[in-house]
Design a protein around this ligand. Structure first.
Ligand code: NAG
Ligand code: NAG
Length: 202
């Protein structure tokens, strides 16, 4: 073969194998019942699909609406594996920026306007809002949180980034309770997106 035909053959191989990879990924996404770009987690209660969306400076309510437009809802986390997946995905996407993502946790009625007390503990003060996540293994709180600073921190963000800690205090891959309207504009903790979840179709 001439040099040119070797080169052409090489490009042919690269193109074919890239297409095969794309096809495989699409097949897998079709089969797992989650759709393109969603990651499936096999929970005890069934398949759950999670996807991180990147859009800056939304409030929690706006983020919830965005998820609903995807036929999903802000997601809960069954355990640390799921939190780790989302943290890694977001950190890679945002690098070198850091920030916060809205997740599906809300302070419950009995613990509104309260700090951590005997009855309102780190494990029962917040409820998963997606109506699918169960248990407390997914409560990966930053040290000292939830604090309910100002008595109005009824929503929760996940801190993401490649720095270990953001603004000294907020450990990457952990939750912090914040006001539902906070966007942390112009800060290293700025809202950078949100995490949706939905039941898998299979
Ligand atoms: C965490 O939950 C996932 C399902 O989302 C499961 O596949 C995994 O085995 C669990 N990991 C641990 C450490 O419990
Ligand atoms: C805490 O819970 C116990 C048992 O449900 C209840 O009797 C008590 O009044 C609660 N205390 C406060 C401060 O709400």
């Amino acid at each position: 073969m001439s040099n040119t035909s070797i080169l052409l053959f090489f490009f042919f191989l690269v193109t074919v194998s890239a297409n095969v990879c794309d096809d495989l990924r699409e097949k897998e996404e079709e089969i797992n019942g989650c759709g393109k770009g969603w990651k499936r987690f096999q929970r005890p209660s069934g398949g759950w699909c999670i996807k991180v969306f990147f859009e800056e400076l939304l409030t929690q309510a706006e983020a919830e609406k965005r998820c609903q437009a995807e036929k999903a809802t802000l997601t809960g986390f069954q355990n640390q594996t799921e939190v780790f997946h989302v943290t890694t995905t977001a950190t890679t996407h945002l690098k070198p920026a850091t920030g916060s993502l809205w997740v599906g946790l809300k302070r419950n009625q009995k613990c509104l306007k309260l700090k951590i007390t005997k009855n309102c503990t780190t494990m029962n003060t917040f409820d998963w809002t997606d109506k699918f996540t169960t248990g407390t293994h997914g409560f990966i709180w930053n040290g000292g949180e939830p604090l309910n600073y100002g008595w109005n921190q009824d929503c929760v963000v996940l801190t993401v980034g490649n720095t270990g800690y953001v603004e000294t205090l907020f450990q990457v891959g952990t939750f912090d309770d914040v006001g539902c309207e906070m966007t942390y504009k112009n800060s290293a903790r700025a809202i950078k997106g949100f995490v949706c979840g939905k039941k898998s179709e299979k």
